[in-house]
Write a protein that binds this ligand. Structure first.
Ligand code: C5P
Length: 255
């Protein structure tokens, strides 16, 4: 399918504590967003790459322009994959709003879209290929996922006397063999993702805050979502510890 990749890079990065949008934070000698762009371009699956940026961020706009130049300079006209078009849009107040801005800027004729977090800057190429291959084979929605290593429990804040013992009460344990940690890029037939996001555009603040990925909106439509194996290298750089791990991966990937 004719495929676009949306990179959402409009988050604040507050949890990383760098005092700048996360996409700008240095990882090795380049910004996190540059690594993400290189990964997407190297996978060679996109006719268009559309990046949602923090509105008015001239530094990141310049970074995207410099990357477009890097792509043009490195592109061989005889190459099988055409040079992707690089587009930027203003992101929104939530991740889903950033995705909606980007979906509105995709080229006519786009059939499939991969939505990717800039924060998953070191995602290996083969993860993109697994998602695209699954879409090509007929899947409508595909997400990369890895098994969960921790035991996952449900908790509620305690009230009354119990709170003097501990602040939270355990209410249940999820069966670990059925759980997956979900990553990006998440791939969809474009028309399905647009429909899913239209349904979510009217969510109230609490509902909107509960939307943490695109696939859950597609699940609400009753459309089957399939999972392919992701990679532990696709970690989402969120905290200072993640940045240390990502720096380590740059030194020498796990293979
Ligand atoms: O904050 P969160 O973990 O949901 O961020 C995941 C990705 O979504 C990040 O790459 C971030 O830049 C992006 N995002 C966005 N617009 C927002 C919030 C997050 O593009 N308003």
């Amino acid at each position: 399918p004719v495929t676009a990749v949306v990179i959402v890079a409009a988050g604040s990065g507050d949890r990383l504590g760098y005092g700048m949008p996360k996409a700008r934070v240095p990882l090795g000698s380049d910004a996190i967003l540059t690594h993400a762009l290189r990964g997407v371009a190297a996978a060679g699956v996109a006719r268009q790459i559309c990046v949602a940026l923090p509105p008015g961020d001239a530094v990141l706009q310049e970074l995207c322009a410099a990357f477009a130049e890097e792509l043009r300079a490195g592109h061989d006209a005889n190459q099988q994959n055409p040079l992707p078009v690089l587009t930027t849009v203003d992101g929104g107040a939530t991740r889903a709003a950033s995705v909606r801005s980007a979906l509105a800027a995709l080229l006519d004729g786009t059939e499939a879209v991969l939505v990717h977090d800039a924060a998953r800057a070191l995602t290996p190429e083969y993860v993109f290929h697994r998602v695209v291959d699954s879409l090509a084979a007929g899947a409508v929605a595909v997400i990369p996922a890895v098994p969960v290593v921790d035991t996952v429990k449900m908790v509620t804040p305690t009230t009354g006397d119990d709170s003097s013992i501990a602040p939270e009460l355990v209410t249940g344990t999820a069966p670990r063999e059925e759980l997956r940690s979900v990553q990006t890029p998440q791939g969809f037939r474009l028309s399905t993702l647009i429909q899913a996001h239209q349904a979510a555009a009217d969510f109230d603040g609490k509902q909107a805050a509960a939307v943490t990925d695109d696939a859950m909106l597609v699940e609400l439509l009753g459309v089957p979502v399939h999972a392919v194996h992701g990679s532990t290298q696709s970690l989402k750089i969120t905290t200072p510890l993640d940045l240390i791990i990502a720096e380590g991966l740059l030194e020498g990937p796990l293979g």
